[in-house]
Structure formats: C-alpha cells, structure tokens
Design a protein around this ligand. Structure first.
Ligand code: ATR
Length: 282
C-alpha cells in the first residue's frame, strides 16, 4: 500500500526567523483544511546548492526564497520564467516531479495585486508612476508597473548608475531622476512607490527619508514595500497630505498566492482575516 505523501514547502533565507511567510502559509493550510507544512529554513550561502538538491527528496514540492539567496537561485534552477530573468531574482521555486527546479518571481504580481485590492481607483494607465530605489524590490515593481501599462516611470536612486541600469534593462518609459531632487519627480505622479529600505525598523536608515513631498497632490496613491513598521515615515507623511496610502503587507501576502496554489492545489484568498492572522491579531 502506498501512502499519500504530505506536501512540504517553506522559505529559505539567512536569517529567516523574522519571516512572516510561515504564519501566512500555516493560516491558509488550516483555513483550507490542507494536510501540508510550511517551514522556515535558515540556509547559509555555501549550503544553498546542497539544500536545493536534497529538499525534493525529502518531500518538498517547492520553496520561497528570500534575502540573500534570491539572485543566486537563478544559477541553480533548470527553468526560469521570463519575468524572473528580467528582474534578475526569484522568490518562488517549484520542484517538479521530473526533478527539475522551476524558478519564478511573484513579487511584481504581489505588488500590483496589493494596489488592485487596496487602491482600486488607481490603474496603471492613470499616469506617471514615481519609484524611489533601484534594488531587487524595485526591479520587481518596475517590471509589474510597465507590464501593467504605466505610461511613464520616473526612477530615482541614491546610487544613480543602478537606476540607469534599470532604464537600460526596462526601456525608454523609464526616466532617471537625481536623488537629491527626487521630490521634483513627484509632480503629477499618480502613484509613488518607496522600494528603498529607508523607514525600515531596525536599519540605520530608519526614518531618514529626506525627499520633499511638497509636489505630491492629494489623492495620489502612495505605497511602500517596507512593512515593518506598517506605517512607514513616508506613508505617515503622505497620509497627512491627503494621499491614499497602501502599506506593504499586502504585497507580502499576495506574492505568496501563486506558490501556495502550485504547491498545495488551492488558490488562497487574501482578506482581512489573513492579514489579522499574520499580524498575530485575535
Ligand atoms: P532590495 O533587493 O530589498 O530592494 P537592495 O538591493 O539592497 O534591496 O536595495 C536597497 C535599496 O534601498 C537601494 O535602492 C538602495 O540605494 P543604493 O542603490 O544607493 O544603495 C536604497 N537605500 C538603502 N539605504 C538608503 C539610504 N540611506 N538612502 C537612500 N537610499 C537607500
């Protein structure tokens, strides 16, 4: 008699203890009555290759990948989606029955679904988007915004060449602005996005956004991919100005949807109860 294998998934990072993904997936597994497990795994860079080789044999159907392994896993995957290749990083791996590792990036999907759910009045074609930062999070957001049809994407990064590299990769709808005068690119923007770590609790940059928000119009949608704290200094200042703010927790929840569906066979819904569950609210 062959036993049914209980599907296992998890998140690989270093460190990984802070990740909210295990609580999120545990909540969905319980909600949908699925027999499966989702485990945080702290894997050092030197062990990444061996870990990815062993996991499918241990019953894993896939994993999420987080800092610092998102770029490196591309070199260890057998198949890479176009969007993961364009972004240059993967956050979701599927271990296929034929032994091949399939790498995808769902961060951009999470980014736009969060906006779709929490700022339904905004559509990408509404007008220019202004993006602060040019790291991995930015690349995922920029890819999704351009794919969604944003007519113009203004980009500023402290280290200007990184922003120029994005322009080279993503094309002429991207315009590069100087970091010290990034406030100017907010004029007429329908969406403002922070992808820098400025405002993240526990970093040296906590609360240090020195960009003038004077040019932001009321009603502009302002979002932050940082979600610790939920209301970052940028979001607080934008709210004060009458902007529609969207915090970054929604992106985290939505980027997890495609992986959960592939691994466990059920498309989960992101709702208020999901949010409460990962915030540890009753
Ligand atoms: P991620 O992959 O999470 O986006 P990252 O690649 O390390 O992380 O990118 C972090 C982003 O925050 C970058 O845009 C970085 O700017 P630089 O490219 O100039 O390093 C930005 N950032 C971090 N600290 C900053 C600060 N104090 N002021 C301005 N930008 C900052």
């Amino acid at each position: 008699m062959s036993e049914v294998r209980i599907p296992l998934a998890g998140v690989i990072g270093h460190p990984v203890a802070h990740s909210k993904s295990p609580a999120l997936h545990a909540y969905w597994l319980k909600t949908y009555g699925i027999r499966g497990h989702y485990i945080p795994m702290d894997v050092e860079e030197a062990d990444l290759k061996a870990a990815l080789k062993a996991l499918p044999k241990l019953g894993f159907v896939g994993v999420n990948v987080t800092i610092p392994h998102k770029e490196r896993v591309l070199g260890l995957a057998d198949l890479i989606t176009d969007r993961a290749a364009l972004i240059g990083a993967a956050n979701t791996l599927i271990f296929r029955p034929d032994g091949k590792i399939h790498a995808d990036n769902t961060d951009g999907y999470g980014f736009t679904e969060n906006l779709r759910q929490n700022a339904p009045e905004w559509v990408p074609s509404s007008g220019p988007a202004a993006v602060l930062g040019a790291g991995g999070g930015s690349r995922a957001g920029v890819a999704a915004l351009l794919e969604g049809g944003v007519p113009e994407l203004r980009l500023a990064n402290r280290t200007r060449p990184r922003a120029e590299a994005l322009r080279a990769d993503f094309g002429p709808r991207v315009t590069v602005w100087d970091w010290p005068s990034a406030g100017a690119m907010l004029e007429g923007a329908k969406l403002v996005v922070n992808t820098t770590s400025i405002g993240m609790a526990g970093t040296e940059d906590e609360g240090q956004l020195r960009i003038s928000l004077d040019a932001i119009g009321p009603g502009t949608v302002v979002t932050d991919i940082v979600y610790t704290p939920l209301i970052t200094p940028l979001l607080a200042a934008a709210r004060e100005r009458g902007c529609h703010i969207v915090d970054g927790l929604g992106m985290l929840m939505h980027q997890a949807v495609p992986g959960f569906e592939r691994w466990f066979g059920q498309r989960p819904v992101v709702d208020a109860a999901t949010r409460a569950a990962i915030l540890g609210l009753p």
